[in-house]
Write a protein that binds this ligand. Structure first.
Ligand code: T3D
Length: 256
């Protein structure tokens, strides 16, 4: 079963994260498939817009925490980030075509960064943002430390990171994390918006992305590298060991 479904129709490349039984958590294979899909889309003249969504009831739970356990006792999170989310976030920001995230359900951890890197986000009513990292003793990565405060402000970003409280769809709408909550026919309405973007002046959209990146996200690469360094430290902590153990044992973590 492919972990990423891909379908090109009328200029819209629909990419669907497809591990619904694991809450569409990113494993290495899915991230590689996403990177390959964005690479191909960048040079494919038929692709005028990209629609990213999740199969089932969750957009994505972020990094597959079972895979972290499998990777071994002392994985290098720096190396992992440099191969996975960091290049993917840069691909999404640098592709000169509009990228629409259709948040069909909750998104957490690295998936928050992926969603925020997209140009436009729309949400189903049951979608929510769960910042996620602090629950397992990690720091924000995948550009969340830059993109989240850029949208909702530093105070709110730190509050939702530290408490790990979910941000429901309605708040996400009020705070500009998403531009619409589609109450009925969510995927139909998301698709209509993607079609509108694909029918737009995509050349100008691409140049505008350069301008937005330059104006607001000049430090993106620097921040991604800093996050990777900090995650390397956090990933070796007893807090992270306890956070992962608690997640796998389905209990609340006890941080001392
Ligand atoms: O080097 C590096 O790359 C480090 C970088 C890390 C980046 C990260 O992304 S760290 C953050 C990882 N993500 C989280 O901490 C989020 C954990 N999950 C959740 O908060 C919730 O599952 C959701 C809010 C996403 C969805 O909640 P809900 O209630 O709709 O679903 P659920 O029941 O919690 O999850 C459904 C199943 O998916 C469940 O399995 P089960 O009990 O049916 O067998 C759950 O364990 C599993 N699942 C959820 N999240 C993950 C996961 N399995 C693996 N990895 C996950 N991240």
């Amino acid at each position: 079963m492919p972990t990423l479904l891909s379908n090109l129709r009328s200029g819209v490349l629909a990419l669907t994260l497809n591990r619904p039984e694991r809450a569409n958590a990113f494993d290495f294979e899915m991230i590689e498939e996403l990177q390959a899909a964005f690479k191909l889309a960048a040079s494919d003249a038929q692709t005028r817009a990209i629609l990213l969504t999740g199969a089932g009831r969750v957009f994505s739970a972020g990094q597959d925490l079972d895979e972290m356990k499998v990777v071994g006792g002392t994985p290098s999170y720096r190396d992992h980030l440099l191969k996975t989310y960091n290049p993917l976030v840069l691909q999404i920001r640098q592709i000169e075509k509009p990228v629409l995230a259709a948040l069909n359900g909750p998104c957490a951890g690295a998936a928050v960064g992926i969603a925020l890197a997209c140009d436009v986000r729309v949400a189903a009513p049951e979608a929510r943002f769960v910042i996620g990292f602090s629950g397992i003793g990690l720091v924000p990565d995948s550009a969340v430390s830059l993109l989240l405060p850029a949208v909702i402000g530093l105070g709110r970003a730190e509050y939702y990171f530290m408490t790990n409280k979910p941000i429901p769809a309605q708040e996400a709408l009020e705070w500009g994390l998403v531009s619409h909550v589609f109450e009925v026919d969510f995927m139909g309405q998301a698709r209509t918006l993607a079609d509108q973007l694909a029918a737009g002046p995509v050349g100008a959209f691409g140049l505008a992305k350069r301008a937005f990146n330059r104006a607001v996200l000049q430090r993106l690469e620097d921040v991604l590298n800093t996050e990777a360094e900090l995650q390397e430290r956090a990933g070796k902590s007893s807090e992270h060991r306890e956070g992962i153990a608690a997640f796998l044992e389905k209990r609340k973590p006890k941080f001392h």
